[in-house]
Design a protein around this ligand. Structure first.
Ligand code: SDX
Length: 388
C-alpha cells in the first residue's frame, strides 16, 4: 500500500492530555481558570491570586494569599552568579535568547536537592519561578540599555516591583504609577495560562521524561518565542508601525488574504478560538483605560489597530474563516504605553505564562504518569532492500 501504518492514538498517554487547570470553548469564546471566567478574574482578582488558583485549583483564603505573596516576595532575588551570565551576551542580544539561557541555567542552581515526586519540592519550584522571572526579565532589559540591574524591593507589589526593576535607577526614587502597575498586573493575569497550547504542551512533554523543571520551563520559553505563538505581540506592533497610516490598511488586509503572500495579519486568528478571544476583549478595554488615563487617547497605533479590527471583522475572508483578534492584538499597544520596548513583549508573555507552564508540569507529576510519546502518520517509503 502507501506504506502508511495504522495510527494508534493509544500511544498518546491520557495523562499527557488530561487537565483540571483551564477550560477553553473555542466556538463560544470561553476561558475558565479553575471554573472562574477570565473576565471575572480580570475584574476582581490579581496575578498572584490567579497564580495560586492555577497551582492549587482553588482561590486562596485571605490568609493563604498573604502567605503566598510573602513567600514569592522572599524569593525574588536571583543568585549573584546569575549576573555573570549576561556578560557573555552582546548588548543587542534578543532578550528571549537570554531568558532561555538564564532560566535553563537555574536548573544548575536548584538541581541535586530536587525530588520531583515530592509535592512540596514541586511547589517550591513554582514559587521560585514565579518570584524570579520578573527579576531575570528586568535584568535582560537593563543589560540591553547598559544600566545597572535593580534589586527587587519587598515593599512593592508584584507588578510595581517589576516596573521598578525595569525603570528604576540608583540615581532617583522610582515609584510606578498605580495606573501602569494595574495595567501591568492585568497583562500578567491575562497571559497566565491557556490550556495546552504549543509552549505548554512542550513543557508537559519535556516534564514527562523527568527532566529538571527549570530546564522544562526553558523549553517552554523557546516554543513561545515563535511569531505564530507568543512572538505575535511583538509582531503586531511591528505590523502596526509598518502600516503606519490608516490609508494603508486595505493594502495589508489584501496581502493577508492573498494565498500567494505568506503575510498574515498578526494578532488575528487562533488554533482554538473561532470567536473573539475573551482575553482580547478585556485587553481592548484595558487599552482604552490606560491610554485615556495617560492622556494619549489619540495614539496613532491604537487608531490603526481599531480601524484594522473593524475592517477585518467585516471582511468576508476573515468572517468566513472565523478569524478574530486574539490576546496579542491589543497587548502590545498597552505594553508600549507602559514604556516597555517591543523586544521585551514576548519576555513579558513568558514571565506571565510561567505559572501556567509550571502548574501543568506540577499537575502532570501529581498523578501516576508515563513519558509522553506522540506517534506519527508515516508517509515515507515502504520496506525495500539495499541495492545489490
Ligand atoms: C497565541 O494556542 C494558544 O492557546 C496560543 C495562545 C496562548 O495563550 O497560548 O492563545 C497565544 O499564540 C495566540 C496566536 C498568536 N499568533 C498570531 O496572532 C499570529 C497570526 N495568527 C496566525 O499565524 C494564525 O491564526 C495562527 C497561527 C494563530 C493559527 O494558524 P492556523 O491554525 O493555520 O489557522 P487556521 O487553521 O484557523 O487558518 C484557517 C485559515 C487559513 O486559510 P485557508 O488555508 O483556509 O485559506 O485562515 C488563514 C489560514 O491561512 N489565517 C489567516 C490568519 N490566521 C489564519 N489569514 C490571515 N491572517 C491571519 N492572522
Amino acid at each position: 500500500g502507501s506504506g502508511r501504518f495504522t495510527y494508534d492514538p493509544g500511544f498518546v498517554s491520557t495523562a499527557a492530555c488530561e487537565s483540571k487547570i483551564t477550560y477553553i470553548d473555542g466556538g463560544a469564546g470561553v476561558l475558565l481558570h479553575g471554573g472562574y471566567p477570565i473576565e471575572q478574574l480580570a475584574e476582581h482578582s490579581d496575578y498572584l491570586e490567579v497564580c495560586y488558583l492555577l497551582l492549587n485549583g482553588e482561590l486562596p483564603t485571605p490568609e493563604e494569599k498573604d502567605k503566598f505573596v510573602n513567600i514569592v516576595k522572599n524569593h525574588t532575588m536571583v543568585h549573584e552568579q546569575m549576573n555573570h551570565f549576561f556578560n557573555g551576551f552582546r548588548r543587542d542580544a534578543h532578550p528571549m535568547a537570554i531568558m532561555v539561557a538564564c532560566v535553563g541555567a537555574l536548573s544548575a542552581f536548584y538541581h541535586d536537592s530536587l525530588d520531583i515526586d515530592n509535592a512540596h519540592h514541586r511547589e517550591v519550584c513554582a514559587y521560585r519561578l514565579v518570584a524570579k522571572m520578573p527579576t531575570i526579565a528586568a535584568m535582560c532589559y537593563k543589560y540591553s540599555i547598559g544600566q545597572p540591574f535593580q534589586y527587587p524591593r519587598n515593599d512593592l507589589s508584584y507588578a510595581e516591583n517589576f516596573l521598578h526593576m525595569m525603570f528604576g535607577t540608583p540615581c532617583a526614587e522610582y515609584k510606578p504609577s498605580p495606573v501602569l502597575a494595574k495595567a501591568m498586573d492585568k497583562i500578567f493575569l491575562l497571559h497566565a495560562d491557556h490550556e495546552q497550547n504549543a509552549s505548554t504542551s512542550t513543557v508537559r512533554l519535556a516534564g514527562s521524561s523527568g527532566a529538571n523543571p527549570f530546564a522544562c520551563i526553558a523549553s517552554g520559553i523557546a516554543a513561545l518565542w515563535g511569531p505564530a505563538h507568543g512572538g505575535a505581540n511583538e509582531a503586531v506592533l511591528t505590523m502596526l508601525e509598518e502600516i503606519g497610516d490608516e490609508s494603508k490598511i486595505e493594502e495589508f488586509v489584501a496581502r493577508a488574504k492573498d494565498p500567494n503572500d505568506s503575510f498574515r495579519l498578526m494578532g488575528f486568528g487562533h488554533r482554538v478560538y473561532r470567536n473573539f478571544d475573551p482575553r482580547a476583549k478585556v485587553m481592548k478595554k484595558t487599552c482604552d483605560e490606560v491610554l485615556h488615563e495617560l492622556g494619549i487617547d489619540d495614539d496613532p497605533l491604537l487608531k490603526i489597530a481599531k480601524r484594522l479590527e473593524q475592517i477585518a471583522l467585516e471582511d468576508e475572508y476573515f468572517v468566513q474563516r472565523k478569524l478574530y483578534p486574539n490576546v496579542d492584538f491589543y497587548s502590545g499597544i498597552i505594553l508600549k504605553a507602559i514604556g516597555i520596548p517591543t523586544t521585551m513583549f514576548t519576555v513579558i508573555f513568558a514571565l506571565s505564562r510561567t505559572i501556567g507552564w509550571i502548574s501543568h508540569w506540577n499537575e502532570f507529576h501529581s498523578s501516576p504518569n508515563k513519558i509522553g510519546r506522540p506517534r506519527q502518520l508515516y508517509t515515507g517509503p515502504s520496506k525495500r532492500d539495499y541495492p545489490e
